[in-house]
Design a protein around this ligand. Sequence first.
Ligand code: AMP
Ligand code: MG
Length: 385
Amino acid sequence: METFVTIERALSIARETPVKFTTETVPLNQAHNRILASDLQSKVDDPPFDNSAMDGWAVDSKGTTPRESTCSPVRAGTLLSQVEWLTEPEDAHPIMTGAPIPLYADAIVMKEDGINGKAHTNFIRKTGENFLKGDTLLQTGQLMTPSAISLAATMGHETVTVRTKPRVAVISTGDELVRPGQELIEGQIYESNSFGLCALLEKVGCIPVVHNIVEDSLKGLRKTLNSLDCDAIITSGGVSMGEFDYVRKLMEEEGNLHFWKVAMRPGGPPLFGTWNGTPLFGLPGNPVSSHLVFMLLVAPWLAPEISLAKKVHVRMKDPVKGAPGKVCLRRIQILAEGDELVASTHTHQGSGNIHSMVVHNGVTYLQPDTNADTGNIIQALWFND
Ligand code: AMP
Ligand code: MG
């Protein structure tokens, strides 16, 4: 077991115990945000035949006499065989975008330029100029973005084989927690982490399975963990130094702990290990901490292909104080100003204030023991949305 590790070290330890998945074949229109589990070859050349990139006329660029046209237009979808025998040299054959090119023609005149306008050879899209039948264009591990889905369809695939979505149990711990919808009595707060964590899990292509709030007791926690049937477990709360931080205690005594505590603020006390062979991430209970630990450690562990934030450099408009020995993640609002990104802070920065994650769209990534003054350029994470 390692303790107080860097963010990079925490991630590499977690990656030694990856979440297990199998594969399934899904219709292409259900493949969005899934991860490809086999290489995909094209079933066709693209384009499959020479065709026009413009509406206009198909011409022989070497023709010398003024052009005229008596032919009916070649439309997209016209049979190639018809195009070949219908046409005569010297014709300027009206043609539509996507229509096959008559045999004698080697260029297109744009409709906008008129029939005697300039003939452009590069307005003919050549067979296979984008890719060829048999080319592997999407590899195992590819995230199926909207454009990757379109490409798979262009290649002739109606289904794709993808990784199954991991089923991830989400367990909130804490005697003070009550589900929204009920009246709070003194000492209670609304349980919020599981809601954000479920939304984050969906973003990274997992199936969240929320369990009832577990009270702060070894017995209750053990019972819940033993009842799970899932690919990974995420808990929130109960991982710090407190007397009733039973997730940490149980993992120390009866689980298999791989690391505890990471050099980041907020989000210092997370742990990772296995419970009965199932990987378990124990996130701190403070809402900002659980959210940021998910974004920085859990998401890249579960789905390295899906990015929730990008590393950028920003010029600070406000000073921010760093943290001794830890990467400091202050919430900031990043926006483009001229040719640079600038960042400012707007709310109370406490790790209990989830409002700070909504008002801002990123966090500083201030190296340990450094502060940033107004005007300094520093590293930051810019949330994707
Ligand atoms: P803990 O990590 O259990 O020490 O909790 C740290 C702080 O986060 C405490 O103020 C808790 O009340 C709060 N907290 C813990 N779990 C949740 C949760 N699921 N939703 C909202 N706040 C929580
Ligand atoms: Mg607690």
